[in-house]
Ligand binder design. Sequence first.
Ligand code: DOR
Length: 439
Amino acid sequence: MDLILKNGTCVTPGGIDVLDIGVRNGHIAALGAVDAAAAPEVIDCRGLHVLPGVIDTQVHFREPGLEHKEDLATGTAAAAMGGVTAVFEMPNTKPATTTTEALADKCRRAKGRVWVDVAFFVGAAADNVADLPELERLPGCSGVKLFMGSSTGDLLVADDATIARVLASGSRRVAVHAEDERRLNERFTIVEGGADPAMHPEWRDVETALAATRRLLALARGVKRRVHVLHVTTAEELPLLARNRDLATMEVTPQHLTLAAPECYERLDTYAQMNPPIRDARHREALWAAVADGLVDCIGSDHAPHTREEKNRPYPASPSGMPGVQTLVPVMLNHVAEGRLSLERFVDLTSAGPARIFGIAGAGRIALGYPASLTVVDLKHRQMITNLGMVSRCGWTPFDGLTVTGWPVMTVIRGRVVMREGTLLGDPAGEAVRFLECL
Ligand code: DOR
């Protein structure tokens, strides 16, 4: 063995048990009682919980083109610090990731600079539809991302005919930002020229999300394509998604489960502005019910850093988005501590779920032969989340000042400890995530 994690309380498919994990060549080679003499490095995990590595399937790391907000090194450092072992990065960079060259460029930039494993989405655009079947199968690609409504950047496929063509081109699951562009444009007058950021969920209202999700599901059904609806925010979309479980999976974000209007806008102003918006407590409670009844498939942070200078612009000139990759684990563990979800469900949403949705090769469980990518957490540790503690280049978090119970204390990626007790260790040697359909 190369490494042994001794006496951790491990969340495995068979239950929660105190086990030793023996690691050889980056994989779990023994599980149970492992002789400490069998490896040069033994880490005592007594009192800690060992989880299959947390995978954040929605982050925006801004490289190339917007590195003043974040880059692949700073974004993945934030991930490792937050107990996240792999990320899927979004294509609304500059240039947008819509071509083979742009994807290859991201993969090149990642080499030797990323702290966690990565995959990149390619963006669907009117002019690359024919290339999507080939693009989605390239190494390092997590699939196609479709923006039905405009958000940060200019990626957009708004009309039914082109959306249907995108959905008919390729076979992997398509990740979708579901807001209805026509309704967004019609309603922009509500905030145009200046408004209170609390108007954000009025402009981008329930019907804006619902109409897009309804259209998406009908179009996906027409061509029998699997889709993944990102950051679902409304109570009204949930029954629709529940009727389409054969085709559609869904994500919610920690911020939509934690913050609520109007309080978040009063306290955070434009720093609470994101797309789709944080809505009132009725929606937040409906999302929690969807977590409880198994409708939600995964938690993604939608880490979307912008500088303070940008966020300080008057609404609606202020950009939408908030960082979150470093706070996903502590914020959700705090919900575990407060009894809103079990640790098993946390693992399902952050590791097994992503593996199932996207067909990740060898991820999502602690089991013999699986890669030893692990998130070690201290469920009793109380700590305040602060802006100062954030390693994202943007330097702020909407959770500044929140004291949580539950904290990631170690991030292990394929047998290498890259973060221990708040310190990055070793080198940034993250690799491309591999997918079953593209082996
Ligand atoms: O609020 C958001 N910000 N939503 C998105 O869909 C994009 C993201 C960003 O890239 O800033």
